[in-house]
Write a protein that binds this ligand. Structure first.
Ligand code: 5GP
Ligand code: ZN
Length: 112
């Protein structure tokens, strides 16, 4: 998508600290980290949100979770939180599917 922020990061039109990449996924540091480790796991192909996905995206969605787990393993993170904010009411501010991977500190439950 031409004017989508995360699509622009995928195309390297906007700089980001990329920490992992493969054919389908990109992982980069959140610009406003909320934990010692805070990265965003995104599909390279534009998808607006989890709600915008279809059954045809099931393999991609699984791949994103595996990518998050691979990153955590590489970083030695045994405890971490993986979360997606779906929709404005849940706090989604960028309309390109992304999973926040947060780690390196104690987490509270429920999240605010
Ligand atoms: P959301 O609020 O949609 O769940 O998460 C969007 C996340 O993207 C926020 O945590 C925000 O800090 C991050 N973000 C917004 N703009 C940029 C940017 O230009 N670069 C990076 N690396 N992260 C961004
Ligand atoms: Zn996009």
């Amino acid at each position: 998508m031409a004017d989508c922020l995360f699509c622009r990061i995928v195309r390297r039109e906007i700089p980001a600290q990329i920490v992992l990449e493969d054919e389908q996924a990109l992982v980069f540091k959140d610009v406003s980290p909320q934990a010692p480790t805070h990265v965003l796991v995104v599909p390279k192909r534009h998808l607006g949100s989890l709600s915008a996905s279809t059954d045809a995206d099931a393999s991609l969605l699984g791949h994103l979770q595996r990518t998050a787990a691979r990153f955590a393993e590489r970083e030695g993170l045994t405890s971490f939180r993986l979360v997606t904010n779906n929709g404005r009411g849940a706090g989604q501010s960028v309309e390109h599917l992304h999973y926040h991977l947060l780690g390196g500190r104690a987490m509270q439950w429920p999240p605010g």
